[in-house]
Design a protein around this ligand. Structure first.
Ligand SMILES: N[C@@H](CCC(=O)N[C@@H](CS)C(=O)NCC(=O)O)C(=O)O
Length: 302
């Protein structure tokens, strides 16, 4: 069974390997050390020599979509009600996140995939003890994620991943092909229904809604056969779903004994590919922590 519980736990200050490090993880870390093949390097190569890029990609046995995580970023501690604000609107591009928010994670992964770790500064917020200045000075909606760029602050994760992809350097994470573009929009529109359906099952005592939602995903993953991702090749659509599936899979397995990959070979393959994506892995939490968060949030209401 493919599983997303690889266990790249991250503390508030640094990503560390969790005690449940699996053999898959070990090989991923080795691969990272052996092939420090940054996306920025790939972007330079692709503009100068697409052929050389493809050779390098082949040699490194990692695709552009998996590569950016090769630099292990030291993560800053989350800011809380006692923390001073950063020097807002000083020209720095800042991505305000919470380390445990799946919506913020979408934007964080996009930033990592494009190799923008130095261009877009992460500003983690402690949502449980939020600094007042965040609502007052940064983002009146008082949610994460938000992006401070060019003297403006924008929100909404799906808008932000598209904004970052089109306004910043790095490999494009969205296809040109009109059929793929159209399907991408359908899948973006489905994300909220997908999350609602699974959460309905999580709150209830059956898995009917979740099962139907994962069947929809399995069918969607079958549409293009030029790769294991939603649009064939890796794209923003994968980024939109990954943080949620990262949470749903271990929760449903642990609490409902429901394996989302059973009889869903496309989903199993997709999860396996996502597990190789270092840009994503660098944003992940220990699955046990994610299960506990969901138990507290949803099962307390039962
Ligand atoms: N639709 C928003 C949802 C963002 C969202 O709900 N973020 C949560 C954290 S996961 C939040 O900031 N909650 C704080 C609050 O609602 O007060 C998006 O896609 O960015």
């Amino acid at each position: 069974m493919a599983t997303l519980n690889v266990g790249y736990g991250s503390g508030s200050s640094r990503l560390t390997s969790s005690p449940s490090l699996s053999p898959t993880n070990l090989s991923l870390s080795t691969k990272t050390l052996r092939f420090p093949f940054s996306l920025r390097f790939q972007a330079i190569l692709s503009s100068h020599s697409p052929f050389l890029l493809s050779v390098c990609r082949h040699r490194a046995t990692i695709s552009a979509t998996m590569a950016t995580g090769s630099v292990q970023e030291v993560l800053p501690p989350a800011l809380d009600s006692t923390s001073d604000p950063p020097p807002i609107f000083d020209g720095t591009t800042r991505l305000y996140i919470s380390y445990t928010c799946p919506y913020a994670q979408r934007v964080w992964v996009t930033r990592n995939c494009k190799g923008l770790q130095e261009k877009i500064k992460l500003v983690p917020i402690d949502l449980q003890n939020r600094p007042a200045w965040y609502k007052e000075k940064v983002y009146p909606a008082n949610k994460v994620p938000s992006l401070e760029h060019n003297n403006e602050v924008k929100g909404e994760s799906l808008d932000l991943i598209k904004y970052i992809d089109s306004h910043f350097e790095g490999p494009s994470l969205f296809p040109e092909d009109p059929a793929k573009k159209e399907f991408a929009e359908d899948l973006f529109s489905y994300t909220d229904s997908f999350n609602r359906a699974v959460i309905t099952s999580i709150k209830g005592d059956g898995v009917n809604e979740a099962g139907a939602a994962f069947d929809y995903i399995e069918t969607a993953l079958s549409k293009f056969d030029d790769g294991p991702f939603f649009l064939g090749q890796f794209s923003l659509v994968d980024i939109a779903y990954a943080p949620f599936i990262e949470r749903f899979q271990p929760f449903l397995l642990d609490v409902r004994k429901y394996d989302i990959t059973s009889d869903r070979p496309k989903l199993a393959a997709w999860i396996e590919e996502m597990n190789k994506n270092e840009a994503f892995n660098q944003t992940r939490r220990d699955p046990k922590e994610l299960v506990e968060i969901y138990k507290k949030r949803f099962m307390a209401q039962l």
